[in-house]
Design a protein around this ligand. Structure first.
Ligand code: GTP
Ligand code: MG
Length: 197
């Protein structure tokens, strides 16, 4: 699919303000700095659309972007980023968890994981939470440009095993080079087609 139009819609910071007008939502979750905002920018071909930064904790609100006037991308704050002195919270206790169970139009939750690393405890919690709540999700392994191509498949295998989920649920991408971006766009296209059936 081709994204012809991508516009910022709104940002919300509390659960009572989330959009519920029925437009299908593709949400991006994952630990701080994993590349959620960068992926939205790459998918849409608009560099500054979602605010990305090398400093973790850049995205603090639920940010909605309208795509082709037919669905939405939802950029969520990262988890696992705690300021010094703050305790690390469960992934579902705050706004992210409330959004995921509160949205009535979730088409897919893309769970982003850095392809170089073993999933963290919070990553595991997120996957368990999605399975428990029967929410549709896919895993996106990010920053593929940071590894040799020959190593990608093995990394995916290891991460899939750690999480106890099938390798078919993984898509490997790089927002830096564009690697794998077409796969996500195809996935979204198919999902939207089956949504409309
Ligand atoms: P928070 O909003 O803090 O939760 O982070 P985020 O998940 O939105 O990450 P963001 O997109 O802001 O990216 C974090 C850093 O990773 C930035 O410095 C990006 O340039 C970098 N980054 C993101 N994707 C890639 C990628 O595919 N390859 C490389 N090499 N760097 C990336
Ligand atoms: Mg972000």
């Amino acid at each position: 699919m081709v994204i012809k139009k991508a516009v910022y819609k709104t940002s919300v910071v509390s659960i009572d303000k989330i959009l519920n007008d029925g437009l299908a939502e593709f949400a991006f979750v994952g630990r701080s700095n994993v590349g959620k905002s960068s992926l939205i920018n790459r998918l849409t071909g608009k560099k500054g659309l979602a605010k990305a930064s090398a400093t973790p904790g850049k995205t603090k609100m639920i940010n909605y972007f309208d795509i082709n006037d037919s669905f939405r991308f939802v950029d969520l704050p990262g988890y696992g980023f705690a300021k010094v002195g703050q305790a690390q919270k469960d992934v579902w206790s705050g706004l992210i968890g409330q959004y995921l169970t509160g949205s009535n139009a979730l088409a897919t939750v893309f769970v982003l994981l850095d392809i170089r690393h073993t999933p963290s405890e919070l990553d595991r919690q997120m996957v368990e939470f999605l399975i428990y709540n029967q929410l549709p999700f896919m895993i996106v392994a990010t920053k593929a440009d940071k590894l040799a191509k020959s190593k990608l498949a093995n990394q995916v295998k290891g991460i899939a095993k750690t999480l106890g989920i099938r390798e078919e649920m993984f898509m490997v991408v790089s927002s830096e080079t564009g690697y794998g971006i077409d796969k996500i766009l195809n996935y979204i296209e198919h999902k939207m087609e089956s949504n409309n059936e």
